[in-house]
Design a protein around this ligand. Structure first.
Ligand code: ISL
Ligand code: CA
Length: 618
C-alpha cells in the first residue's frame, strides 16, 4: 500500500510515492529544473509547501492540493522487478510504424493505401522488420486523419476494402510479419452512429456512451474549464438539442464514457472483431486518458498554464484507469494472446510500472514521451535538442524500469517532427545523426519502433506556408496564435518547429526503378537504409543486445558509452552526442569493432561529430 500524503508531508515522502515521484519529476522537467533540486537531502526533508518557494509562483496551494489528490488516488506501489526477464515475441521484434495515408500510393490519387503496404512487404522484410503498427485504417471523415473513427469494422474507402486488408494481413503473415492495429477508443467520430443516435434521441441508451451535459443545468455556462488538445474549450455546444458534449481532441472526436460498462463491452467486441481476423495486437491511442474523474471537476488553472491543457489532472491517470485496462486485457487481449502497447503521454516511470508490470496484467508496454523534448521545452519550441538529455533519460529507464516491465524505444512517430532535424538541422550531419540514433535505438533494452522514413533518413519538410499544412492540430494552433496577436510570420515559425505534418509527407519512393530496396542499396546517399538493415541484423544475431544488462561507462558530457552484456557476450556502444570532435574513444585490445559506419575516421583516437562505434568483446 502506498502512503497517504498531506500538505504536512515532506517533499521526500511525496517523492517516494509512485505518482508523487512522477508528478514532481514532470514539474521539474516542465520548469527545466534538475532533479537534484528536490533530491537534495535538505530539501527532501522540507514540508511540501516549501515547493512553492523552489518552483516559484507557478505553483500555488491549489495546485499542491490537486497534486496530493492524484498521489492519494493511487494505493498500489510497483513491484521490485528484480526477477528474470521473461521472453516474448514482442520484446524481440523490431516494429515499424506505418502511417497509411503517406506510406505508399498505388492508384495515383496521392493517398497511401493498403495495397501500397502489401506492395512493400518484401522491402520491409528485407529491412528486417518483424511487426507493423498501422495507424488507423478504419472508416473516418478524417477530421484528424483517421483518429476520428466513424465505423470500427469498416476500412477507410481511400485506403481500399476489407478484402485488401485481409490480403495485406495474409501476405504479411506469410512473411512472418505481424500486424498491430491502432485502437482509438477514448473517442469516436461525431459521425459514429452511437453519437448520432445519442444526439438525436436523448432517451437513447447511447446518451450515456458520451459525456453530455444539459445547457440548462449549467445556466448556459460551459460545464467546466477543460481545454482541448487541439485548441479552445473541450466542450461542443449543440444548440438544437440544448446540450454540451466533451471532446478532448477535435470538435469531431467525442470522448466515450468508459464508466458505462456497455461502452467497455463495445470496446471488447471491437477488439475481438479484429483479433478474430488474425491481427496480432493493438496500439491503444491515448490509453491513459480513458478514465475521467467523476463529476468532471474544473481543472487547476496553474496546471493548465504549465502544461498547456486545463483539466489534464482529472484524466491523465484517472481513478479507474487500472481497472479498465485490466478488464480489456482479461476479456479481449488475453484470450487471443494478443499484444498491447499503450500511448501514454504524461506518465512517468513509476506510473508506467503500474500499467506495464507483467504481474498486473494491464498493458504489455507503453510509449513514454518524456524523452522527446529537452527539459523546459515543448514540441512547438524552436530549439536544438541536446542528446545529453536523451542519455540521462534512457539510462534512468534502462536502470530502473525493472525486469517485469519492458519499454518501447522510438524517436519519431506521426505526431512529431523528425528527431534528426531537431538535434541539428545542418544537412551535413543528417546521415551521422540518423546513424547514431539508429545505433542507440537498436542496441538498447526495449522494443524498437522505427517510424516510416527513418530508414530513408527523412528530415523535416520545408513547408513554405500554412496553406501547405493540413493537420488539424497545427491549423487550429496557428489560428489561435494569430487571434491572440502573434504575427503570421511568428505563428508559422512556431508551427514549423512542432508540426506533426513533417512526419506526414508521402514517402519519396523511387518510381523509376520501383525496386526501392535495391535502389537504396545502390545510391550512396541512402546508406542509411543499410545502417538500419545491418543494425537490425546485428541485434537479431545477438540476444544480448535485446535482453542483456545495461551499464553506463562514461559520464562525460557529449560522450555516451554504454555496455550491453550477459554471461556470454559483451558489447560496448561508444557515442559522440555532439557536433564536436571528441578526443577519446573506447578502445581495448580484447574488443573488435562490429559496426563501423562508412565515415569512420579509421584508427583515429577521436570520435568525429555524432559518430558511433559498436564494439564486441572477442
Ligand atoms: O498529450 C498530448 C499533449 O501534446 C498529446 O501528445 C496527445 O497525447 C497526443 O496528441 C495524442 O495522440 C494521439 O491521439 C490523437 C491523435 O491526433 C494522434 O495522432 C494520436 O497519436 C487523438 O486521437
Ligand atoms: Ca491511393
Amino acid at each position: 500500500m502506498g502512503k497517504f500524503v498531506t500538505v504536512d508531508s515532506t517533499i521526500g515522502e511525496v517523492y517516494n510515492t509512485p505518482v508523487g515521484h512522477d508528478v514532481l519529476k514532470k514539474l521539474l522537467l516542465q520548469l527545466g529544473l534538475p532533479e537534484q533540486t528536490i533530491l537534495n537531502p535538505v530539501v527532501s526533508r522540507m514540508r511540501l509547501n516549501h515547493l512553492t518557494k523552489i518552483m516559484g509562483k507557478k505553483l500555488d496551494a491549489q495546485m499542491l492540493m490537486a497534486l496530493l489528490h492524484l498521489v492519494n488516488l493511487e494505493t498500489d506501489t510497483p513491484a521490485k522487478g528484480n526477477g528474470k526477464i521473461k521472453r516474448a515475441w514482442w520484446k524481440e521484434a523490431v516494429f515499424y510504424q506505418i502511417y497509411p495515408r503517406t506510406f505508399r500510393d498505388t492508384n495515383g490519387d496521392n493517398v497511401g493505401d493498403l495495397n501500397g503496404i502489401t506492395e512493400k512487404l518484401d522491402y520491409l522484410k528485407d529491412l528486417g522488420v518483424d511487426a507493423l503498427w498501422l495507424s488507423p485504417v478504419y472508416d473516418s471523415p478524417n477530421d484528424d486523419n483517421g483518429y476520428d473513427i466513424r465505423d470500427y469494422r469498416k476500412i477507410m474507402q481511400e485506403f481500399g476494402t476489407m478484402r485488401d486488408f485481409d490480403r495485406l494481413l495474409n501476405e504479411a503473415h506469410k512473411r512472418e510479419i505481424k500486424i498491430i492495429m491502432d485502437l482509438v477508443v477514448n473517442h469516436t467520430s461525431d459521425e459514429h452512429e452511437w453519437f448520432q443516435n445519442a444526439l438525436n434521441d436523448a432517451n437513447s441508451k447511447y446518451s450515456d456512451y458520451y459525456f453530455f451535459r444539459d445547457k440548462g443545468a449549467s445556466g448556459g455556462f460551459l460545464p467546466n474549464n477543460w481545454t482541448s488538445f487541439f485548441s479552445g474549450s473541450a466542450w461542443n455546444e449543440y444548440d438544437e438539442q440544448g446540450v454540451y458534449a466533451l471532446h478532448l481532441f477535435s470538435k469531431k472526436q467525442m470522448d466515450l464514457n468508459w464508466d458505462n460498462p456497455e461502452v467497455r463491452a463495445e470496446v471488447v467486441d471491437i477488439i475481438k472483431f479484429w483479433l478474430e481476423k488474425g491481427v496480432d495486437g493493438f496500439r491503444m491511442d491515448v490509453m491513459n486518458y480513458i478514465s475521467k474523474e467523476e463529476g468532471l471537476p474544473d481543472g487547476n488553472e496553474a496546471i493548465g498554464e504549465l502544461f498547456g491543457f486545463t483539466g489534464i489532472e482529472h484524466y491523465m491517470y484517472g481513478p479507474r484507469l487500472h481497472e479498465y485496462l485490466h478488464e480489456i486485457r482479461e476479456k479481449a487481449f488475453a484470450p487471443y494472446d494478443a499484444f498491447a502497447v499503450g500511448e501514454a503521454a504524461g506518465l512517468g516511470m513509476e506510473m508506467a510500472k503500474l500499467v506495464t508490470g507483467e504481474e498486473r496484467r494491464e498493458m504489455d508496454m507503453i510509449f513514454s514521451f518524456d524523452g522527446l523534448e529537452n527539459p523546459g521545452k515543448e514540441r512547438f519550441d524552436d530549439y536544438k535538442y541536446d542528446l545529453n538529455y536523451y542519455r540521462d533519460y534512457i539510462s534512468d529507464w534502462m536502470e530502473h524500469y525493472g525486469n517485469n516491465c519492458w519499454m518501447s524505444l522510438f524517436y519519431n512517430n506521426h505526431d512529431n517532427p523528425r528527431m534528426v532535424s531537431k538535434v541539428n538541422p545542418n544537412p551535413a550531419y543528417r546521415q551521422r545523426i540518423q546513424t547514431l540514433l539508429a545505433a542507440i535505438q537498436l542496441t538498447l533494452k526495449g522494443t524498437p519502433f522505427i517510424y516510416q522514413g527513418d530508414e530513408m533518413g527523412l528530415v523535416n519538410y520545408d513547408f513554405k506556408s500554412i496553406d501547405e499544412i493540413t493537420d488539424i492540430e497545427s491549423r487550429n494552433l496557428y489560428r489561435e496564435l494569430v487571434n491572440d496577436g502573434m504575427t503570421e510570420e511568428d505563428a508559422f515559425a512556431k508551427i514549423l518547429a512542432g508540426s506533426r505534418e513533417h512526419a506526414r509527407v508521402l514517402l519519396p519512393w523511387d518510381d523509376r526503378t520501383d525496386v526501392v530496396a535495391e535502389h537504396l542499396r545502390q545510391t550512396p546517399d541512402d546508406a542509411i537504409y543499410n545502417v538500419y538493415h545491418d543494425l537490425i541484423a546485428l541485434r537479431k544475431a545477438h540476444p544480448t543486445l535485446i535482453y542483456g544488462k545495461f551499464r553506463v561507462m562514461n559520464d562525460d558530457r557529449n560522450h555516451f558509452t554504454y555496455a550491453r552484456y550477459d554471461k556470454s557476450e559483451t558489447f560496448v556502444i561508444d557515442c559522440n552526442l555532439s557536433a564536436h570532435r571528441l578526443p577519446s574513444v573506447f578502445r581495448r585490445d580484447d574488443f573488435e569493432p562490429v559496426f563501423t559506419p562508412a565515415y569512420l575516421e579509421n584508427g583515429a583516437d577521436v570520435l568525429s561529430p555524432y559518430e558511433v562505434r559498436i564494439w564486441k568483446k572477442i
